[in-house]
Design a protein around this ligand. Structure first.
Ligand SMILES: [Zn+2]
Length: 224
């Protein structure tokens, strides 16, 4: 496979349960790009106890979301590292219009930003998230074929606590409220693509690949 001659700068959007993380991971791996997840960076900073990590911990301990300023600083710093020169796959950023605007500033002169929005109907997301069940006795993850009992030990299946239906609906509601302005921010751009995430993962991977290839600008071309 030929290396891309132009940076592949990809932003992934998509609700919880849409398979965004998996797709970001796959795309990054097959194209030799770093996958930049703000969740991972924050967790690492917290563990390392850096000043940024301490600030983030204090914010999260207070039950608040880490603010734009800190997130922009984290991502801005990460994007100065040389491994991001050929491009990157961003997962979990931007989450606000302020972050998206800052990202445009960071990207100045680095090529187009390809924005992929993975869309899955809410009912399908609820089914997927609610299907994340475990065995109450042995703790094994239950595949969808198991209706009520564990196929290993016969124990009763329980829904993982963080996937209780009310919590899932609330997570989706919060996601859509936060993300709609970002989708609006990007949707008019020629490098914005919506991907149908309600398909088998391999099909989603293929459509994403195709979409990104289609919108990537060749060298020498000028984008208005
Ligand atoms: Zn079991």
């Amino acid at each position: 496979m030929q290396r891309p001659t132009l940076a592949l700068n990809v932003v992934m959007l998509g609700p919880p349960g849409a398979g965004k993380g998996t797709q970001a991971e796959r795309f990054a791996r097959t194209h030799g790009l770093p996958k930049i997840s703000t969740g991972d960076i924050l967790r690492e900073a917290v563990v390392a106890g850096t000043p940024m990590g301490q600030a983030a911990t204090a914010t999260m301990d207070a039950g608040e979301l880490v603010g734009d300023e800190v997130m922009i600083e984290i991502v801005g710093e990460r994007l100065t590292r040389p491994d991001t020169r050929p491009g990157f796959v961003l997962d979990g950023f931007p989450r606000t219009v302020a972050q998206a605007t800052a990202l445009d500033g960071i990207m100045d002169g680095r090529g187009a930003l390809v924005v992929i929005d993975i869309v899955v109907p809410e009912e399908a997301l609820l089914r997927r998230l609610a299907a994340r069940r475990i065995c109450g006795s042995c703790g094994v993850n239950a595949p969808v074929e198991w209706i009520a009992a564990c196929g290993t030990c016969g124990g009763a299946l329980v829904v993982r606590t963080d996937d209780g239906n009310g919590i899932v609906r609330e997570r989706l509601r919060v996601y859509h409220r936060q993300t709609r302005p970002i989708v609006e921010f990007y949707s008019g751009r020629p490098t914005f693509r919506t991907i149908d995430g309600n398909q088998p993962p391999d099909v989603v991977t293929a459509s994403m690949d195709g979409a990104i290839r289609e919108v990537s600008v060749g060298p020498g071309e000028v984008r208005a």
